[in-house]
Design a protein around this ligand. Structure first.
Ligand code: GLY
Ligand code: MN
Ligand code: MN
Length: 357
């Protein structure tokens, strides 16, 4: 069964809806296979609709298979157009994923009380959270590509090089091997800046003895990977080595605990306990990880607050860290596929503070 039919089964047969409106960008990409649609309307009775403005019309016809492609003119109100079609289809209970307040109001007004609206984005997440074999292939490839970028980082980091120069080498290496782009803005955070988990990438010159957090992602056919390694420019100090071993052990043990049916919270606990026992619980300032796919941050969440249970086909990150203000930070992150028994790493290698330069 294809993705749209699976959603229809969940929403229409199991929940009693008779239409589903998709307006979230990543969800549109998931169902239509190309970016650039303005919204999708799936009726219980009738043809699946893809609404698109002129700028993406030809691409929609070429790449949006299985849809009636409807051109939206610049002066048309998209929500009014969708509402008219929904009423045409006889839709009375319309589910949607996400709408801006403005679009929600406009849609509700145009439906004139003849159809009920309900947010049901969680049904889409139930599908997106579990990657199928085709998605797994693409994500495995995105994992291979980011490892190429990490190799470039290890070959580039040394005293005297600027953060953006490291980023340039990473991104070039990934692109050369086939990456469609970066999964998010490349992070190369050095020295005291490495203590900022999302330290970005600046023109700071890396100095002897600096910790350098390199957090990067590749993108292959819209699917993303996410990988972090921490290294030292020059010779690591004893304190850096000691902290590194704590994070490395926490990361390895957490990865080993990943398997279907495990509670996401329990995986976070595995890593958090190791860091707490080393006296750095307060320095681990974020959750252990997150789902990833068409977006960098997706469900399930791996944290103390999470109520999620892992399932085979989830792809998640495992990324413990210790951040000490003024000293620097250490994070190690891999993207892993959850399997019935254990997991498969999509990113691997480079578990060392030592640069290859
Ligand atoms: N690169 C962002 C993150 O690790 O979540
Ligand atoms: Mn990351
Ligand atoms: Mn991450």
């Amino acid at each position: 069964m294809n993705r749209i039919d699976l959603l229809k089964k969940k929403a229409f047969e199991e929940k009693g809806f008779d239409g589903f409106l998709i307006a979230n960008e990543a969800n549109m990409l998931y169902f239509a296979g190309f970016p650039g649609a303005s919204c999708l309307l799936f009726p219980r009775d009738g043809e699946n609709m893809l609404y698109v403005y002129g700028v993406n019309y030809e691409q929609a016809k070429a790449e949006g298979k299985g849809f009636h492609v409807e051109l939206v003119k610049r002066d048309e109100n998209l929500m009014a157009k969708v509402a008219a079609k929904a009423l045409d289809f006889g839709i009375k209970k319309l589910a949607f994923d996400t709408l801006t307040v403005e679009n929600y109001r406009s849609l509700a007004k145009s439906l004139r009380g003849k159809a009920k609206l309900k947010p049901m984005g969680k049904l889409v997440w139930e599908l997106r959270k579990v990657k199928d074999s085709g998605e797994i292939e693409l994500m495995r490839k995105a994992g291979e590509l980011v490892c190429e970028g990490m190799k470039a980082a290890y070959e580039t980091v040394k005293p005297g090089v600027r953060e953006y120069e490291v980023a340039a080498e990473i991104e070039y290496a990934m692109r050369r091997k086939g990456s469609w782009g970066t999964a998010f803005d490349t992070i190369v955070a050095s020295g005291a800046r490495s203590a900022f988990p999302h330290g970005g990438c600046t023109d700071r010159e890396i100095r002897e003895g600096d910790l350098v957090v390199v957090d990067i992602g590749a993108c292959y056919r819209y699917y993303r990977s996410d990988m972090t390694r921490t290294l030292v420019a020059g010779k690591p100090s004893e304190k850096q080595k000691k902290l590194y071993e704590v994070v490395k052990t926490a990361q390895q043990k957490a990865v080993q605990a990943v398997k279907a049916k495990a509670k996401a919270k329990d995986i976070d606990t595995v890593a958090r306990k190791i860091i707490e026992e080393a006296g750095h619980g307060v320095n681990f300032v974020h959750g252990l990880g997150h789902g990833i796919g068409l977006e960098v941050h997706e469900p399930p969440a791996l944290s103390q607050q999470s109520k999620d249970k892992l399932a085979a086909g989830n792809v998640v990150t495992i990324e413990p860290g210790i951040y000490i203000v003024g000293f620097g930070g250490i994070r190690i992150e891999d993207t892993v596929l959850v399997r019935e028994q254990g997991s498969e790493k999509f990113t691997d290698g480079f578990y060392t503070l030592e640069a290859s330069t």
